[in-house]
Design a protein around this ligand. Structure first.
Ligand code: NAD
Length: 298
């Protein structure tokens, strides 16, 4: 493996081991085990695969997994009732509603119904506000995973220019808040950005979260830049179905200093961070002081 590759698979397995260790210490102290409830609506094949992985990894770290698989036809009110039930269930410390939800359901309404202290996806407006205010909060799992990978390289990004491509609530925006906390100068680009290529050429760090296969090419990047590729795109090449990121990996590998591969980069970090968030959410619910994230990860 090239020494330029940021091995998300390895780093995520180390995080899951730490979550397991801290979870077991919490159990020894309180007699309680963190529980993660996952709500899956409908038959979306990608969502089913994600949820299956999440459940497997939840059990692996010794947490309780509570699953609710609902029909595509579930009403908004039925979903709200389920979230209310999970909010009040003392065996549930984290609630994750797998997106996307069917069109007849207002996703924002459902996500905002989750108690902020059980919102392990970090999408509730209270948690979003806290993140942007620099307060302790549950942080969306994918950008949290990216920030942990970046912190492995450098904890302080003073004087560095970070460019994020994509402004979604799930990845781009929270990523900007996390990079600002690390003192980077941050630019957020999106579908209306003019001359994206020139903006990227000035970046010391690029976080690509777009959903366009291999969009970022080597002539877009600066020599020695760090590339975090969030994209997961299924394409067909040489009659084979493969996964590629938003960055043309082979093309950029020689020019960048470090890069996350797809698969095996950001993807596994997302699930590890979901478990990390479930652990963090459990301390206050078990009336225990929450340790610093850095003390769990060190
Ligand atoms: P999204 O569709 O919500 O947002 C995409 C963003 O890209 C938008 O803000 C849009 O403005 C921007 N964009 C679209 N076309 C553009 C263009 N030509 N130039 C510049 N910007 C453009 O997507 P998302 O949920 O943020 O996900 C982005 C990618 O990351 C997808 O490939 C998704 O599968 C992947 N993803 C991966 C993980 C993981 O665990 N690794 C988690 C979430 C999302």
């Amino acid at each position: 493996m090239s020494n330029k590759i940021i091995d998300g698979k390895l780093i995520s397995s180390e995080i899951r081991e730490k979550v397991k260790k801290f979870g077991s210490q919490l159990k020894n102290k309180t007699g309680k085990v963190p529980g993660l409830a996952v709500v899956l609506v409908g038959e979306n094949p990608a969502s089913r695969v994600y949820v299956k992985n999440k459940i497997e990894k939840t059990i692996e770290v010794g947490f309780n997994s509570i699953e609710h698989k609902l029909s595509e036809k579930v009403s908004e009110n039925e979903l709200i009732d389920l979230v209310d039930k999970l909010n009040n269930d003392e065996n549930v410390q984290g609630i994750l509603v797998q997106l996307p939800l069917p069109e007849h359901v207002n996703s924002d309404k459902i996500l905002d119904r989750i108690k902020p202290e059980k919102d392990v996806d970090g999408f509730h407006a209270n948690n979003v506000g806290k993140l942007w205010s620099g307060l302790n909060s549950l942080v969306p799992c994918t950008p949290l995973g990216c920030s942990i990978l970046i912190k492995k390289i450098s904890k302080d990004l003073s004087g560095k220019h970070a460019v994020i491509i994509g402004r979604s609530n799930i990845v781009g925006k929270p990523m900007a808040a996390l990079l600002l906390e690390m003192n980077a100068t941050v630019t957020i680009c999106h579908s209306r950005t003019k001359d994206l290529e020139s903006v990227c050429k000035n970046a010391d760090i690029i976080v690509a979260a777009v959903g366009i296969p291999e969009m970022v090419k080597s002539n877009w990047i600066k020599e020695g830049s760090i590339i975090i590729d969030v994209g997961i795109n299924r394409i067909e090449r040489d009659a084979k179905k493969i996964l590629v990121g938003d960055v043309d990996y082979d093309d950029c590998l020689t020019k960048c200093s470090l890069i996350t591969p797809v698969p095996g980069g950001v993807g596994p970090m997302t699930i590890a961070c979901l478990l990390l968030n479930t652990l963090l959410a459990s301390y206050p619910q078990f009336n225990q002081p929450t340790p610093d994230l850095s003390s769990i990860l060190e």
